[in-house]
Design a protein around this ligand. Structure first.
Ligand SMILES: Cc1cc2nc3c(=O)[nH]c(=O)nc-3n(C[C@H](O)[C@H](O)[C@H](O)COP(=O)(O)O)c2cc1C
Length: 306
């Protein structure tokens, strides 16, 4: 079967492929967009220009890098070495990763802001995004932080981790960006803590890269859907450990305490964890033991029966 790279119909063609229909393609520079289809995020990275003005650069090669080990959570950014973003990160060591929602006018503006070679002043004159002071500015520190994008669904405020020196490769600088804080729009934070439903998924853009020498291609998320974990892989102590850590890493749960909530149905898990953590905080408890959990349970059932 002949494979034509007609982007409008490519999805139908792929559906028809059988195992024998694969054909090798030459791997060339920027293979993720020139030799394959690779879904990527679109973020606006804010950095501080030498003039003190905030610079917004659109980036897609920005992925989770270190995902466990609390003091090290980080993102990897691959970035043209002569870009404003790369130069600003090297000079100031700080940036914010703004996850903007998927709207065609935002993507059009990203393509405008993604045009290489302009100074911050020149390009920001064409930005349609609203800038507001960094949330870190409230910390009382005398560092000037780049502004953040008000339209964002979420923002990662980051510091360049220079213990992983930027390794310049032919594709650009690689920056390991330590995540100092994550700020979510309240609606989405509530959804994460409460348990997701398909109505509260943020609509984030998917970038399929710079293709056909003329266009960037983006795709919409049509509708989120869920796939159930098989029953026998349901809640176990590992998933409880994961859930408690994610809920509030500053409160530790002993295995004994975690075992005691293994049978809580998944949809109530966060609510139960939240109740126990709230009581722990009220009482200044930092390690939740089986005994403490029993105490909270007894208190709750007593309250219900009163
Ligand atoms: C949607 C989109 C994604 C992009 N992703 C990247 C990327 O991951 N890495 C990169 O070096 N350039 C990327 N670019 C190109 C940069 O945006 C471009 O180099 C721009 O000049 C950077 O802005 P700055 O100089 O203000 O940092 C992307 C452009 C667009 C429109």
């Amino acid at each position: 079967m002949e494979i034509e790279f007609d982007f409008d119909t490519s999805i139908t063609i792929v559906d028809e492929l059988t195992m024998t229909d694969f054909e090798q393609i030459r791997i060339v520079d920027n293979f993720y967009q020139t030799s394959s289809f690779f879904p990527m995020p679109v973020v606006l990275i804010s950095t501080l220009a030498e003039t003190g003005q905030t610079n917004l650069g659109p980036y897609s090669l920005c992925f989770p890098h270190i995902v466990a080990g609390q003091d090290k959570f980080s993102m990897m950014l691959i970035c043209r070495e002569t870009s404003n973003t790369a130069m600003n990160i090297k000079r100031t060591g700080i940036c914010a990763i703004n996850f903007i929602p998927d709207k065609k006018k935002y993507m059009e503006n990203c393509v405008v802001l993604g045009f290489p070679g302009e100074t911050t002043e020149e390009k920001m004159a064409n930005s349609i995004f609203t800038l507001q002071p960094s949330i870190r500015s409230d910390s009382g520190s005398d560092i000037t932080y780049p502004e953040i994008v008000k339209e964002s669904v979420q923002i990662f405020e980051c510091t360049w981790d220079q213990s992983y020196p930027s390794q310049l490769n032919p594709g650009g600088d690689n920056f390991v960006l330590k995540i100092d804080s994550i700020h979510l729009n309240k609606k989405y934070k509530d959804a994460i803590l409460r348990g997701m439903d398909d109505k509260t998924f943020p609509n984030l853009p998917i970038d399929y890269g710079f293709r056909d020498n003329l266009h960037f291609w983006f795709a919409e998320v049509k509708k989120p859907y869920k796939v159930r974990i098989p029953e026998n892989k349901g809640t176990n102590i590992d998933s409880i450990r994961y859930a408690t850590k994610r809920f509030d890493p500053s409160v530790e749960w002993t295995d004994e305490a975690s075992e005691k909530i293994v049978n809580v149905p998944r949809i109530f898990l966060n609510k139960v964890i939240g109740t126990v953590v709230k009581s722990a905080k009220e009482e200044g408890v930092t390690v939740i033991t089986g005994e403490f959990l029993d105490k909270v349970r007894d208190k709750r059932s007593k309250e219900k029966n009163d």
